[in-house]
Design a protein around this ligand. Structure first.
Ligand code: DAH
Length: 368
């Protein structure tokens, strides 16, 4: 017995000391201390010994086991330290090399144009208002003077929520225009009002120039003594700033919207240059034509009444225009669907630098 323990000890410590790697250390652990290991086998012999024998052999065998376990741990640590040394010596980082260029995102043209519009209207004293995209029937239609049976509702075919009723007991819907923000603003804040309301709107429509979701911007001014001249000046000033051309000419054409009276459609003059429509100039002059751009008018007194305002005291004008359309016109893009495809190649081509914040002083539409 005596020789066995000593032999085993000498052999184990010698082999552990020269184990070349982690796997070899592990193999030795199994060979000595594993279930079938030789030291484990020695421990099992204690059971068959007399108490006197056990008193002598027990502490020796346990001491051997601890010694071998400690040697294994030490060897493992030493090998790991060696490996780390080697790696540190071989892997060098040259901090003087230029860093690889990180991919940079681009600002979507719609976001860019929305920023441009906010900047232009802020300069004219307009605040930005917003409303929910899931709207109730009253705000989207009724309060805008489009009662249930009104034929204008047919042009606003949209997506309804069959199981979700609004406070008016009617189905909730995805708003068909930004005009309900007019109602929400007047109901919440009364008059006077001077806001723009940009946002997403929805219609069940889809082809090259219509997508089920698109963007509009609404404008609303309510005050005392507001007339059509204020509307015309505001639209002209806005369009000249937005298209960055002083020769933008507006034409008002009589139209109909339930929420305005009178209603006008605003057209802008343009010329066809190299297959592209370039805004500017009087549409009636040779080589020019008119393009329908936006809807507007004087707020219908019935709408003011729906919002609790006295139409003999307050008047106002409103307008609504497609933001995507403005972006397409200004930046010469022709497929609306590409706006919402999420193709990064398109975005890389048409997108804007995030550092290019539109300001009136630097030009609202600087492309990087
Ligand atoms: N809401 C209208 C639409 O989506 C656009 C519009 C026309 C808005 C005239 C207005 C307005 O504020 O006065 O077709």
């Amino acid at each position: 017995m005596t020789t066995t323990i000593e032999d085993l000890q000498a052999e184990a410590l010698a082999r552990i000391a020269v184990a070349p790697d982690g796997a070899a250390v592990e193999a030795l652990r199994v060979a000595y201390l594993g279930k079938q290991g030789s030291i484990s086998a020695l421990l099992k012999t204690l059971g068959a010994m007399t108490p006197e024998q056990r008193q002598v052999e027990g502490p020796r065998i346990h001491a051997l086991r601890e010694q071998v376990a400690a040697a294994l741990a030490e060897r493992k640590e030493a090998l790991e330290a060696q490996a780390l040394e080697k790696r540190l010596a071989s892997e060098k980082l040259d901090l003087t090399l230029p860093a690889p260029e990180a991919p940079r995102g681009a600002v979507h043209p719609v976001s860019q144009v929305l920023d441009e519009l906010a900047e232009i209207f802020a300069d004219m004293g307009f605040a930005v208002a917003s409303g929910p995209e899931i709207e109730d029937d009253w705000h989207n239609f009724t309060a805008l003077n489009m009662p249930e049976t009104h034929p204008a509702r047919a042009m606003h075919d949209t997506f309804y929520f069959p199981d979700q009723m609004g406070a008016d007991g009617r189905k909730m819907l995805l708003r068909t225009h930004t005009s309900p923000v007019q109602i929400r603003t007047m109901v919440a804040d009364g008059a006077p009002v001077r806001i723009i309301a940009p946002g997403r709107v929805y219609r069940s429509d889809s082809d090259a120039t219509h997508t089920p979701m698109f963007h509009q911007i609404e404008g609303l001014v309510i005050d005392r003594g507001i007339h059509l001249g204020h509307l015309k000046w505001t639209l002209e000033t806005f369009l000249k700033a937005f298209f960055e051309r002083d020769d933008i000419v507006l034409r008002f054409r009589p139209s109909y919207f339930p929420f305005t009276e009178p209603s006008v459609e605003a057209d802008v003059g343009y010329a066809e240059v190299g297959g592209r429509r370039v805004l500017g100039g009087d549409g009636d002059t040779p080589g020019h034509a008119w393009m329908e751009l936006l809807g507007s008018g004087m707020v219908n007194p019935r709408v003011l009444e729906f919002c609790g305002l006295d139409p003999t005291e307050w008047q106002g004008f409103a307008f609504g225009v497609g933001v995507d359309r403005l972006a397409m016109l200004k930046y010469a893009m022709d497929d609306l669907r590409a706006f919402f495809d999420g193709d990064v190649r398109w975005l890389r081509h048409y997108g804007f630098s995030a550092l290019d914040v539109p300001t009136l002083s630097a030009g609202v539409g600087v492309r990087a």
